[in-house]
Design a protein around this ligand. Structure first.
Ligand code: FE2
Length: 358
């Protein structure tokens, strides 16, 4: 505790008491003295002492009246006050604390008691100050961090997702659609108790937030390939495949600094591995089975379903929806995780309801 810098205002109409208090406290504190309540309030208009020692019995304005005014003023209401009292009646003591005093000291002063009470009060007030400051700073930091991260995520995600949609020849709903499907699928898997150790609330929330970025790497694939009406040549297809690794790198570059590591990892996994196949014949890495992150296995189902259901510049939509389920079922255990595709096929009534199909 740096007592050197602490200033104590002593308010007492009795000169002898003022001098005594001054002598006791002066070795450790800087003392300002007022011989009336009015003088003290005047002093407080332009000074902020760290503690006020306030005599109760004074002519004109007593200590309680001065205290009431100190507590009313915004600038002074937090300054700790110790009352000085000549009596030791219980009701005086009660009133002191009711008025908001930190402590009270009876006169005549016992030097060690006065000093000890003053030290403790100053120390306590400093702890309170530091604690309040810390809480305020932490709260501000948390709010600011959350706001910043959320704003970055939102703007990056929507900006990039919109950019992709404007270029890849989809109907402009792919990003939103696939986000909805991964949410429906993950929710259904969890409701059935599947992948229970992975599919937590946080996981599903991150999955939905990260899903829109799955094709962000298409930014680096040319319009000629993205919007080609016919079949891609093997070379063009190889270029198209690169969108997965591009996606992973872009997410790492743009979101890599975010503190939310689970979210960034999720976005990378989905982007990198959503074209992997259960039998290991997918791209870009040829991961197989459960080595493919669950998030990407869910995304693969959502992605293919939407690609078949919606119209693209190079193909009409597949109808009826039962035909899509049949096509996707044929990929059970080869293209898709058998557990996920089984559940997905059983979700047909829910999908129909979601899509507004009778
Ligand atoms: Fe993709």
């Amino acid at each position: 505790m740096d007592t050197e810098k602490n200033i104590i205002l002593v308010v007492d109409d009795d000169k002898a008491n003022l001098t005594l208090a001054q002598n006791i406290l002066a070795p450790r504190y800087r003392i300002a003295a007022s011989n009336s309540g009015r003088a003290a309030l005047k002093y407080l208009e332009s000074h902020r002492p760290d503690l006020i020692l306030l005599d109760i019995n004074m002519p004109e304005m007593d200590g309680f009246e001065v205290m009431a005014q100190i507590r009313q003023r915004e600038e002074t209401k937090a300054i700790p006050v110790i009352f000085l009292t000549a009596d030791s009646l219980a009701e005086t003591e009660i009133k002191c604390f009711q008025m908001g005093a930190m402590d009270y000291v009876t006169k005549p002063f016992v030097p060690d008691i006065l000093l000890s009470r003053v030290d403790k009060t100053i120390e306590l007030d400093q702890y309170r100050h530091n604690l309040e400051k810390m809480v305020r700073q932490q709260a501000e930091k948390i709010t600011e961090d959350a706001r910043r991260i959320s704003a970055i995520q939102d703007s990056v995600i929507s900006g990039m997702a919109n950019l992709i949609e404007s270029r890849d020849g989809s109907t402009g709903r792919h990003v939103k659609n696939t986000q909805n499907y991964v949410q429906l699928i993950a929710g259904e898997l969890r409701a059935r108790g599947l992948f229970a150790d992975v599919l937590t609330d946080d996981y599903i929330e991150n999955l939905c937030k990260a899903a829109p970025l799955h094709d962000v790497g298409k930014i680096k694939v040319s319009d000629a390939i993205l919007q080609k009406p016919g079949r891609l040549t093997p070379e063009e297809y190889d270029t198209m495949k690169l969108h997965t690794t591009y996606s992973g790198k872009i997410i790492q570059t743009i979101l890599g600094d975010l503190e939310d590591r689970h979210y960034v990892k999720m976005a990378e996994d989905i982007a990198m591995y959503h074209h992997e196949r259960w039998d290991g014949s997918g791209y870009p890495t040829g991961l197989a089975g459960e080595d493919i992150p669950l998030s990407a296995r869910i995304m693969a189902v959502a992605d293919v379903f939407d690609a078949l259901y919606e119209e693209r510049v190079y193909k009409p939509p597949v109808r009826p929806i039962e035909r899509i389920m049949q096509i996707m079922s044929e990929g059970r255990g080869t293209q898709f995780d058998p557990t996920i595709i089984d559940v997905f096929v059983e979700m047909l009534p829910k999908l129909k309801a979601h899509l507004g199909i009778a």
